[in-house]
Design a protein around this ligand. Structure first.
Ligand SMILES: Nc1ncnc2c1ncn2[C@@H]1O[C@H](COP(=O)(O)OP(=O)(O)OP(=O)(O)O)[C@@H](O)[C@H]1O
Ligand SMILES: [Mg+2]
Length: 601
């Protein structure tokens, strides 16, 4: 310290002591300003709150020549002053953490009044609420408001072992300190908030990407729940999905072990607080679950929980479920930021849940289509094997008929001819020739019929009605059944394909009648009306179970072939039959062109 003597230029006009005092004052102010600007400079770079607070407190103890201290900041979420740094010799003085409400204790009062307070430790006693202060034999505590832009954002406490008086000089110094530290801490806090927000946004972004990529609903819900817990620092998180009746159909937890979960007697039933967020549209945030009027209590075996934040999962006004967090780390209540985050996460979740549901539905119908296609494929494979089998069978039948029938007859004829060569008897000769003619006529008949079966040439040459008439007559004669044949409106030729399809359908229907029906009568009707050819083949036989026959794998190819042929030309075929009630086959075929419709065969 200098007394400033000898450096004065106005000594002539003032009394010596006065000048000396002014010079001391100037020096003191200079020191103060220098010290405070050092603090401001040092703190300007500190961006993390706790570093800034510790540094600020260190400078404060240095400048005030005090022994211990702490910095408390106002936390709006907890509505209290919360310690962010403590230091000094005998740190136990402020080691004990405590929250101060506004107006409570010395710090609470400082916050409220914005005044620097000096406290005699011994006289203040309980007001300080710091047992360590008494134990550490401190005498004086200065309580200083920390200001940022005229707001008091916290309190600086410094304690000394010497008894100190709060003179104007000290008060000014402390006030200045409170301003510098307050400003630095406010900036650091804002920076931290912004930083945390950015981190959360990044995490949220990553979360929504993860959600978009995840397609199985349970895995997706688990992911969302874990993310919510992770980003807010909650101990537990849970997500409930509501069914159409509003009750939970799915309940996903995070932060609770499988054993602990198993100990819970039953899942939430959507009463109490959870019911509130399940039905409502607003977030619910409380510092202590038990304090909320809607609180219903925990089911037996449920871990007890305090702080709570719950948000409904809503999509287009529909409640899909809820997501909630409990027990934020460090016992703090959930913050505004936590709530905003959870609301955003719930919005993501809503879309994701809906997506997963839609995807589930599509994949269900897709699976069904695939299954149907598979069945149709198997059916087709079966039918094509039947078709090949039927073709083989047809060839075998023709071979047998040719071998056992026609060839046999011709062979017999040959033998008889050889015998006849030796005969000179004219009567005998005539008799044999007559027999031969019969055998040859029969063989010719067989060959014609086989040819007709293979390809009805009559159809090409004479048309549908004569060909079917001949076929019906032939069949009736062979099987000994009365077959009526009726036509209406068919006075001209139809397109090739239509005629062939019609022919094959009647052929198969008749063949079934002869093979299976044991009928005594059958009727074939062809009616051409407008652009539709209607074919009906009826019998009075024993009938059959149509549904069962079509579904059976052992069925033949005939019924299927008829339907296929009808469909081929854009028509359709109906089968009406029941055991004991006869059978009716009805086909209706569209006829494209009538007059000029015939293509040359
Ligand atoms: N008019 C009918 N009266 C009684 N049963 C019939 C009649 N038509 C068909 N069925 C029954 O339906 C079954 C299936 O007929 P479908 O024509 O498909 O095969 P199939 O005649 O046995 O063999 P394919 O026609 O391949 O030579 C027959 O086996 C028979 O039991
Ligand atoms: Mg058949």
């Amino acid at each position: 310290m200098t007394d400033g003597r000898g450096s004065s230029t106005c000594s002539d006009m003032m009394a010596e002591p006065e000048i000396a005092s002014l010079q001391r004052e100037l020096a003191r102010r200079t020191r103060q300003v220098a010290a405070l600007s050092r603090v401001a400079q040092a703190l300007a770079g500190a961006l993390d709150l706790h570093t800034a607070a510790s540094a600020g407190l260190g400078y404060a103890l240095d400048i005030t020549e005090m022994d211990a201290g702490e910095i408390l900041l106002w936390d709006p979420a907890r509505e209290a002053l919360v310690q962010v740094a403590h230091a000094g010799t005998g740190p136990e003085a402020f080691a004990e953490q405590r929250l101060f409400r506004r107006g409570e204790g010395i710090p609470g009062r400082t916050l409220e009044t914005g005044q620097v307070l000096a406290v005699d430790v011994v006289a203040a006693g309980e007001l300080l609420a710091r047992r360590g202060l008494a134990a550490g034999a401190f005498r004086t505590v200065f309580s200083v408001p920390l200001r940022a832009e005229e707001r008091v954002i916290g309190v600086l406490l410094v304690a000394g072992r010497r008894a100190r008086h709060l003179d104007a000089e000290t008060e000014e110094l402390l006030r200045g300190l409170g301003g510098q530290i307050g400003l630095a801490l406010d900036r650091a806090r804002a920076y931290e908030r912004e930083h945390a927000l950015r981190r959360r946004l990044e995490a949220l972004n990553a979360a929504s990407l993860a959600i978009a990529a995840e397609l199985s609903l349970p895995a997706l819900l688990q992911r969302i729940t874990d993310i919510a817990r992770d980003l807010t620092g909650a101990r537990y998180a849970a997500l409930g999905v509501a069914g159409d009746d509003g009750r939970l159909v799915e309940f996903i937890t995070s932060g609770i072990s499988a054993e602990a979960r198993a100990r819970i007697s039953h899942l939430p039933e959507g009463r109490g607080l959870l019911g509130l967020i399940l039905r409502g549209s607003e977030p619910v945030r409380v510092a202590n679950i038990a304090d909320h009027p809607a609180s219903y209590g925990f089911p037996p075996g449920h871990p007890s929980m305090t702080s709570f934040l719950g948000v409904p999962i809503v999509l287009r006004g529909r409640n899909l479920g809820n997501i909630y967090l409990t027990d934020k780390n460090g016992g703090e209540p959930f913050s505004d930021e936590d709530e905003q985050l959870l609301v955003q996460l719930a919005a993501h979740a809503a879309v994701a849940i809906e997506n997963a549901r839609l995807y589930g539905q599509t994949s269900e119908s897709l699976q069904q289509t695939v299954a149907e296609l598979r069945a149709a494929n198997a059916q087709l494979a079966h039918l094509s094997s039947l078709a090949i089998g039927a073709q083989e069978e047809e060839r075998r039948r023709l071979a047998r008929e040719l071998h056992d029938g026609t060839a046999q007859e011709l062979a017999t004829l040959l033998v008889r001819l050889r015998v006849l060569e030796r005969t000179e008897e004219p009567h005998e000769l005539r008799l044999r020739l007559g027999e031969f003619r019969e055998v040859i006529a029969r063989a010719l008949d067989d060959v014609r019929r086989m040819a007709l079966d293979l390809r009805p040439t009559m159809l090409d040459d004479l048309g549908l009605v004569p060909a079917l008439e001949a076929h019906t007559r032939d069949m009736a004669r062979r099987w000994g059944i009365t077959v009526r044949f009726e036509t209406q409106g068919l006075d001209r030729r139809l397109p090739n394909q239509t005629e062939l399809v019609a022919y094959r359908i009647v052929q198969e229907a008749l063949s079934n009648i002869f093979k299976h029906s044991q009928a005594t009568e059958a009727t074939v009707t062809l009616i051409l009306r407008g652009r539709e050819l209607r074919i009906t083949v009826r019998d009075n036989g024993r009938g059959f179970d149509v549904g069962r026959t079509l579904a059976s794998r052992e069925r033949g190819l005939g019924l299927f072939g008829m339907q296929e042929r009808a469909a081929l030309v854009g028509g359709h075929l109906e089968l009406a039959s029941a055991p004991g009630a006869g059978t009716r086959v009805t086909a209706s075929l569209p006829v494209r062109e009538l007059a000029e419709g015939r293509e040359t065969p």
